[in-house]
Design a protein around this ligand. Structure first.
Ligand SMILES: *Cc1c(COP(=O)(O)O)cnc(C)c1O
Length: 217
C-alpha cells in the first residue's frame, strides 16, 4: 500500500485497509485487532452472526458487509454491521432504510448505517452489483433517507492473474463516483490492490495477503 501510494503521489492516510476475515475464525479478528487493524470485512450475515459474540468486546472494531445481501437478511445485517457495502438496488436501499427506522425507540434515534453501492462493471453472468445505468436511482434512494449515509462505491472486477486487467474497471468506478460526488472507492484485493490505489481506491479489501489462503468451505 505504501509503495503504491508513493508511486501515485498519494498521502497513505487516504487509503484504508479493510481486513477480509471470511472463512477464518474470530481469533483472526482478535489477532488483527491486537496488531492495530480496526476495519473488517465479512461476506455472509450468518458467518458474522456466529463470530459476533467472540468479537463484541472490541470497542473500536467496525464491520463491513462485502458479500451480496439477501433481502430476508437485512434486519440481521443492520444489527451486525456498521457499513453495508453491497447495496445493489433501490428496493434493498428502501428496505434497509425502513428497518433502520424500526430500530428506533422513543428515546434513541437510530444512527444512520453507512452504505456503499456495489456496481457491476463487467458483463459476467451471475455477478452481483448494480448496473451502472441504474446507479443514479440507487444514489437518490439512499440519499433520500436519513437512516442511510452514502459513503462510497464498491466493485469486484473479473478475477485475473494480471492485475493490469483490473485497471480499466477501477478507472470506470472512479469516474462513476466522480459523477455522483461520492467520496469513497472500495476497490482492489490482494492481487490488484496496488493498481487500485494508483486508480484512486480509498479502501482496499485484503484477505489472502493478510491471513493466508482460505480453505475451501
Ligand atoms: C474475499 C473477498 C476479498 C478478499 O480477497 P483476497 O483476494 O483474499 O484479498 C475482497 N473483496 C470481496 C468482495 C471478497 O469476497
Amino acid at each position: 500500500m505504501a509503495n503504491a501510494c508513493a508511486r501515485a503521489r498519494r498521502d497513505p492516510a487516504t487509503v484504508k485497509l479493510l481486513a477480509v476475515t471470511k472463512v477464518f475464525g474470530p481469533e483472526s479478528i482478535l489477532d488483527a485487532y491486537a496488531l492495530g487493524l480496526r476495519d473488517f470485512g465479512e461476506n455472509y450475515v450468518q458467518e458474522m452472526e456466529r463470530k459476533a459474540p467472540a468479537v463484541s468486546a472490541l470497542g473500536e472494531a467496525r464491520f463491513h458487509l462485502i458479500g451480496h445481501l439477501q433481502s430476508n437478511k437485512t434486519k440481521k445485517a443492520l444489527q451486525l454491521f456498521t457499513s453495508i457495502d453491497t447495496i445493489d438496488s433501490t428496493k434493498l436501499a428502501h428496505k434497509l432504510a425502513t428497518e433502520r427506522l424500526d430500530m428506533e425507540t422513543p428515546v434513541v434515534e437510530a444512527a444512520p448505517v453507512e452504505a456503499m453501492i456495489e456496481v457491476r462493471l463487467s458483463h459476467e453472468e451471475n455477478k452481483s452489483g448494480a448496473d451502472p445505468a441504474g446507479l443514479s436511482a440507487i444514489v437518490s434512494a439512499i440519499r433520500a433517507s436519513k437512516h442511510l449515509k452514502l459513503t462510497g462505491l464498491m466493485a469486484v472486477p473479473p478475477w485475473s492473474e494480471d492485475a493490469e486487467l483490473s485497471r480499466p474497471y477501477f478507472a470506470q468506478l472512479r469516474a462513476l463516483a466522480g459523477e455522483h460526488a461520492i467520496p469513497e472507492l472500495s476497490m482492489g484485493m490482494s492481487n490488484d490492490l496496488e493498481v487500485a490505489i494508483e486508480e484512486g481506491a480509498t479502501w482496499v479489501r485484503v484477505g489472502t495477503a493478510l491471513f493466508g489462503r482460505r480453505k475451501k468451505a
